[in-house]
Design a protein around this ligand. Structure first.
Ligand SMILES: Cc1cc2nc3c(=O)[nH]c(=O)nc-3n(C[C@H](O)[C@H](O)[C@H](O)COP(=O)(O)OP(=O)(O)OC[C@H]3O[C@@H](n4cnc5c(N)ncnc54)[C@H](O)[C@@H]3O)c2cc1C
Length: 458
């Protein structure tokens, strides 16, 4: 089978790319190993809600039109949203099609799947940033009596062995899972490494509204110092809930979660923690205050309505001498949850595009092999690249690059070019549901309290 572009993965990133390729009349197919929105269906815990508000899931030609722009989608709602998008744009998705290898071919790339082989001059990797848990090597030294689980397999507290739980990692997944397990009546110890503290709301508005308005999320990958370091930054300590509650470490310790430092090893059944807990918390507080200062400055310069006054939040409370050693069995800990981040899985990519550490080499999504592109990785092109809300701008840029490459390449663009009118006709079909297709990427949702007098361009 031949096409011009093979897109691998029918999550929001692959679908956003599909829509942009259709708009450019580039013939393509989207290969998906499961169903549309597979990761959200099969790899998330039951109670998870998006931590981005409803208005902040804008995709090319599609935005939120419901009555709760500031609410947070459940997983079911997220799946439905992405499914409706695939339907609305008429994405040419082939489900239950697992890509088993991609290798260079005289015509571009040979994409092998469990449903046959595709040849295409260009390939877009939209297979996700979170396919595998990043688990530190110290895990191998754990006693066999301790059960280990990652957020990709965690569903709810009932699934865990009776007894205490050590959650390792205090970013978005770790704090949410620690909170849920503790609320279910289990003793929880939380191992805290580098983390990014932000309040859910500030001066009457959601922190994501502020970050979007200030222009932080649009920051471009060429504008920041040390992009490789920034790409490895942990996710924000945030959760989405009806009561819009904060989920920082003070909230957790107030409810009885015990904090320990960064996990550094295991020996003789004892977990070893670094003594850096106080330092890491102070650093996170400092960075949060810098962000709030930036917001205050922007608000003073750009908003003309009354806001709640600026405030600063209580510093993170840390016990004076948190334990550096913890005997897991003696402390009744039966389970470890590794909330230590995720990584993509490109084990099927047989193209020499990896650095010595095994990371994909790319320049803002343009992979180091002609005609190969990637979507959805952290800070791929913009700070918001890994968010649903970031896929649209990246897909527009990268589909533009891909189109130019096809045109200036060796003429392979002619392969399978398709009828633009037919495809865009499908793509513009209204869903009649809470989200509707639009002709262009719209602005923020209607319910983002208050008006902005002006906004810096990204
Ligand atoms: C716990 C968690 C919470 C999150 N919360 C938010 C949030 O609140 N807001 C937000 O905007 N984003 C959130 N993100 C999502 C974040 O945006 C992710 O980076 C997102 O999954 C990336 O989207 P994607 O389309 O690139 O990848 P995915 O949604 O993972 O889609 C990739 C698709 O590729 C398919 N695939 C993979 N390998 C193959 C193969 N070999 N062959 C065929 N198909 C394949 C997968 O089945 C999957 O359907 C969250 C992520 C996680 C893990």
């Amino acid at each position: 089978m031949r096409t011009t572009t093979v897109v691998i993965g029918a999550g929001h990133a692959g679908l956003a790319m599909s829509r942009c390729l259709t708009d450019r009349s580039i013939d393509h197919v989207v290969l998906e190993r499961g169903q549309v929105a597979n990761s959200w269906k099969t790899e998330r815990w039951d109670s998870l809600r998006l931590l981005t508000p409803n208005w902040q899931s804008r995709l090319p030609g599609y935005d939120y039109q419901g009555n709760e722009p500031d609410g947070f989608r459940t997983m079911q709602e997220t799946v439905r949203y992405i499914e409706r998008y695939a339907d609305a744009i008429g994405a040419p998705v082939r489900t239950e099609t697992t890509v088993t290898s991609v290798r260079p071919d005289p015509g571009g790339y040979l994409v092998s799947t469990n449903q046959g082989t595709w040849r295409a001059p260009s390939v877009v990797l939209a297979s996700g940033a979170c396919n595998l848990p990043s688990i530190p090597s110290v895990a191998s030294a754990l006693p066999v009596s301790i059960r280990q689980i990652s957020p990709l397999d965690y569903r709810n507290p009932d699934q865990l062995e009776p007894g205490g739980v050590l959650v390792v990692g205090a970013s978005a997944s770790g704090i949410q899972i620690a909170d849920e397990i503790h609320r279910a009546g289990r003793p929880v110890t939380l191992s805290v490494g580098e983390h990014v503290r932000v309040p859910r709301s500030y001066r009457g508005r959601d922190i994501k509204w502020w970050m979007d308005s200030v222009g932080l999320l649009d920051e471009f990958y060429t504008e920041v110092d040390s992009i490789e370091r920034v790409r490895r930054l942990p996710s924000l300590q945030l959760m989405g809930s009806d009561d819009r509650r904060d989920s920082d470490l003070n909230q957790l310790t107030a409810r009885g979660v015990r904090l320990v430092g960064r996990l550094v090893g295991f020996a003789g059944g004892k977990a070893q923690f670094s003594g850096s807990l106080g330092h890491l918390c102070a650093l996170a507080d400092l960075k949060m205050n810098r962000l709030l200062e930036r917001i205050d400055q922007w608000a003073a310069d750009h908003l003309d309505e009354e806001l709640e006054p600026p405030c600063r939040f209580e510093a993170t409370r840390v016990e004076p001498n948190p334990p550096l050693l913890l005997d897991l069995v003696a402390n009744g800990i039966r389970t470890i949850v590794w909330a230590t981040g995720f990584r993509p899985d490109y084990s099927w990519l047989d193209v020499p595009v990896f650095d010595p550490k095994g990371r994909l080499k790319h320049d803002g999504g343009v992979v180091a092999s002609p005609g190969l592109y990637v979507m959805g990785l952290p800070f791929l092109r913009r700070r918001k690249s890994s968010l649903i809300d970031g896929a649209g701008a990246d897909a527009m840029d990268l589909s533009g690059h891909l189109e130019a490459w096809l045109k200036t390449g060796d003429g392979r663009r002619k392969t399978g070019e398709q009828d633009r009118t037919r495809e865009t006709g499908q793509g513009r079909r209204a869903t009649g549901d809470e989200e509707r297709t639009r002709e262009s990427v719209p602005g923020r949702g209607a319910g983002t309290q208050g008006r902005v007098s002006s906004r810096p361009s990204p």
